[in-house]
Design a protein around this ligand. Structure first.
Ligand code: GYE
Length: 322
């Protein structure tokens, strides 16, 4: 091979190497890193939510850093701080409770890292601390449950005594599912909440609280209003052990509409399940991409949901994804 040919080949080779270096680093530049601070693994809803986030990140080609806070705010704050230190492109989290987020969100803001809230909302004055909130309208869910009660008991003079199993104390879904119900029943004196306690959104928690309710109130209870399916399932166990009949003697109202909730409806033990979708992953990833691309997002992205009375459960269950 002549010298000039060799030189030309080398130059060409050099150019391709250089080009591929440029292309590679460009591709790396474009791979978005998202830090996601999950609440925990307290319920079937949460498990489905985690699967959805992980799968959607994979599908979207987003590099996901994931942490599980075991339902403790301090763990979530620690995870967010570590994402700030790692200089991720976007931080998303599902806030375990509504209050106490200002300091860590100020830190993210100072570091110019945009924050997306998923699933649960927070209570902050300065709305610029986050870009958008993607999730359900828990207040509306509570109203839907309340309207179902109004309709179900419209020909019954009452009193209708409700035992409430609340979600995690201070969490948006616990606060709002309670307030939504109250909004509907507050002007109807036949409805009375005779007992209300947190079961922390877990099956064990729901069972334990219901055992105590059964001992104290027994047959006085007409309705169990459980803030999620896991607690409803725990309460069903407790009622059956106490000789009560969930679904017939005691009506059971629940939230999430998981497969477990549907199976309990088919078995006649949950009377109505208000849907709350955990499949937020795809919406989150598209929001993350839009933010990185500099697009403006709406401050609130609400998930579409419905209500399932027990008589449709058998027909709908095969289509349920969580
Ligand atoms: O209802 C419950 C979960 O924040 C909507 O958290 C979510 C709630 C859901 O543990 O099952």
């Amino acid at each position: 091979m002549g010298r000039s040919v060799r030189l030309a080949l080398n130059a060409l080779l050099g150019l391709t190497v250089a080009m591929s270096v440029v292309v590679d680093s460009h591709a790396q530049d474009k791979k978005i890193t998202l830090g996601f601070a999950q609440v925990g693994a307290e319920s079937a809803w949460r498990t489905a939510n985690t699967v959805s986030v992980k799968q959607a990140a994979k599908d979207a080609g987003i590099n996901l850093k994931f942490s599980d806070a075991q339902q403790k705010q301090e763990n979530q704050i620690r995870a967010i701080r570590s994402y700030i230190a790692q200089k991720v492109d976007v931080i998303a989290f599902s806030p375990v409770v509504e209050s106490g987020w200002e300091p860590v969100l100020e830190e993210a803001k100072k570091a110019h890292i945009p924050v997306v809230l998923t699933d649960r909302n927070i209570d902050v004055k300065d709305k610029s601390l986050y870009v958008t909130m993607i999730g359900s309208d828990f207040l509306e869910e509570g109203r839907r449950a309340g309207r179902w009660l109004e309709e179900t008991y419209k020909n019954n003079p009452g009193p209708i005594n409700i035992a409430e199993l609340q979600g995690t104390v201070g969490s948006a879904p616990a606060n709002d599912r309670h307030s939504g119900l109250m909004e509907i029943i507050k002007n109807d004196p036949k409805f009375k909440i005779i007992a209300s306690q947190s079961g922390d959104f877990t099956l064990a928690g729901g069972k334990q609280v219901m055992e105590a309710f059964a001992k104290t109130y027994g047959k006085q209870i007409n309705v169990v209003y459980a803030h999620n399916d896991d607690m409803a399932l725990g309460a069903i166990q407790a009622m059956e052990e106490a000789g009560m009949k969930p679904g017939t003697d005691v009506k059971v109202v629940s939230f999430d509409a998981t497969k477990g909730g549907f199976q309990a409806m088919i078995a006649g033990k949950i009377n109505v399940d208000v849907e709350c979708s955990p499949l937020l992953g795809p919406q989150l990833m598209s929001a993350v991409k839009d933010i990185v691309a500099g697009k403006t997002l709406p401050k609130r992205i609400v998930t579409n949901e419905t209500v399932f009375p027990m008589n449709v459960a058998a027909q709908v269950l095969p289509q349920r994804k969580y």
